[in-house]
Design a protein around this ligand. Structure first.
Ligand SMILES: *[C@@H]1O[C@H](CO)[C@@H](O)[C@H](O)[C@H]1NC(C)=O
Ligand SMILES: *[C@@H]1O[C@H](CO)[C@@H](O)[C@H](O)[C@H]1NC(C)=O
Length: 427
């Protein structure tokens, strides 16, 4: 995640269990030659087929709960699944809506004086899809995102190894050269992220050094960087701001949430944000066709960023941290840093007050993952290494996380072709 970004979406997720289609028979990975346009697939001709439904009562089956210290130094204690469920921090409602909450009841032990050096760590949830993806169309339908001072919510994706214990603290956003020396660097895309409930969503990418953002401003709705190409390398990465008034925080929640879609092909990654009332009908109909949706907020790809080299085996993640590198770092400049009487309030003091967290919730109607019609399926064969998928330049594979998934081996991966084009801006 990016330190200067501001956005986050709320909601909790639920998975209605993986659709059997994703369990298709293994087949060879299709390999692309980078830079060769896949002329046999036209943009209009791409059909997207539902492969994974994260929603409803089975929502959590598709996710792992992260339970280590927050790699970004938040005043948060991520809880394992059993605790998160028993404390009602991870809940699927009768209506099927999934809620991920920050604890809004506990207080520090009597007599504790909290400070940024001696914080109280509040319970929260961070979940990661068991599956890893190398492409697809991802539709997240949220009705709420965590809002409020000290919160740092994020809906994003990255290579799982970067999330983990080994590397996150030192190599956050970098590849995983230590554990997988032969693997390409793999990037992170922040789809909805921000801090302290303020500002607008900033969609950003963090990759290795070979990827830059270069887009024709008239091709996207988001506000691009003033100077391009903008390197996506590590921090601060590259990105655009979604200046839609309801893109983040309380404004997002006032709008009843929203739909965040990303389409990830071998050619480019695009992100759309819709208010519920503006969402394309074909999404609700289960037959999404992004080619008919108009301009995305964000677009990355083309000559400036070879997507298959920069985004590999990524899992979706939803987390809410408190303070930490970004929310804590931005505290002094936010309107959160004073009590009602005007005296200073530290981020740690805010975290110690449970009343601050009544709106620190994700409410997730669903996250649906589609693969394109010409997808081929690839089994990861129980091999915990990443070699299968990363040794090719294939565009769009979905691989189950076999490395750290507690229930590995049941799902093969899908690969889909890209759509037709590179960003018109690449050049
Ligand atoms: C988003 O979820 C809500 C609640 O389930 C539903 O009414 C709405 O149709 C969904 N929107 C889309 C575009 O699927
Ligand atoms: C979520 O985890 C990632 C990876 O460690 C980190 O970069 C990000 O800051 C975390 N964000 C939140 C909101 O916990």
């Amino acid at each position: 995640m990016k330190m200067f970004l501001t956005t986050a979406v709320a909601a909790s997720l639920s998975i209605l269990s993986i659709v059997p289609i994703s369990l298709a028979v293994p087949a060879p990975i299709r390999r692309f030659k980078l830079g060769v346009r896949q002329t046999q697939v036209s943009a209009q001709g791409t059909t997207w087929t539902l492969s994974d439904k994260y929603e409803g009562q089975n929502f959590f089956d598709g996710w792992d709960f992260f339970k280590d210290d927050d790699p970004t130094h938040g005043f948060v204690q991520y809880q394992p699944e059993d605790v998160a469920k028993s404390q009602s921090l991870a809940v699927v409602g009768e209506d099927g809506v999934v809620t991920l909450s920050v604890d809004d009841k506990s207080t520090p032990p009597q007599g504790t004086t909290v400070s940024d050096d001696n914080p109280y760590k509040r319970s929260a949830v961070r979940i990661t899809t068991k599956k890893r993806y190398n492409g697809g169309l991802f539709i997240a339908n949220f009705s709420m995102m965590p809002d409020g001072c000290s919160t740092w919510p994020a809906y994003w994706y990255v290579h799982r190894a970067q999330i983990g214990r080994l590397l996150a603290s030192t190599l956050n956003h970098r590849l995983c050269p230590l554990t997988h020396p032969t693997v390409h660097p793999t990037g992170e895309l922040d789809i909805l992220e921000g801090v302290n409930g303020q500002g607008s969503n900033k969609l950003s990418a963090h990759t290795g050094p070979t990827c830059s953002l270069q887009v024709n401003p008239s091709d996207i709705l988001g506000t691009p960087p003033a100077t391009m190409p903008q390197s996506c390398d590590h921090q601060p990465g590259c990105g655009v701001s979604d200046t839609t008034p309801s893109s983040f925080g309380s404004a997002f929640n006032k709008a009843g949430g929203g739909i965040l879609v990303h389409r990830w092909t071998s050619q480019k990654i695009e992100v759309w944000h819709f208010k519920h009332e503006d969402a394309p009908q074909d999404i609700a109909n289960g037959a999404p066709n992004p080619d008919g949706w108009g301009k995305p907020q964000f677009m990355l790809g083309g000559d400036q960023c070879e997507i298959p080299k920069n985004f590999v085996d990524n899992s979706l993640i939803i987390n809410t941290s408190l303070c930490g590198d970004w929310a804590g770092g931005a505290w002094a400049d936010s309107t959160c840093n004073k009590k009602p009487d005007g005296t200073p309030l530290t981020c740690a003091e805010a975290v110690a007050d449970p009343k601050m967290f009544t709106d620190a919730k994700w409410k997730i109607n669903f996250i649906h993952v589609y693969q394109s019609g010409d997808s081929q399926v690839q089994a990861n064969g129980g091999n915990p290494s990443l070699a299968t998928t990363t040794s090719s330049t294939a565009s769009s594979t979905v691989a189950q996380d076999l490395a750290s998934d507690p229930t590995p081996g049941s799902s093969p991966s899908l690969q889909s072709n890209g759509d037709d084009g590179a960003p018109s801006s690449s050049g």
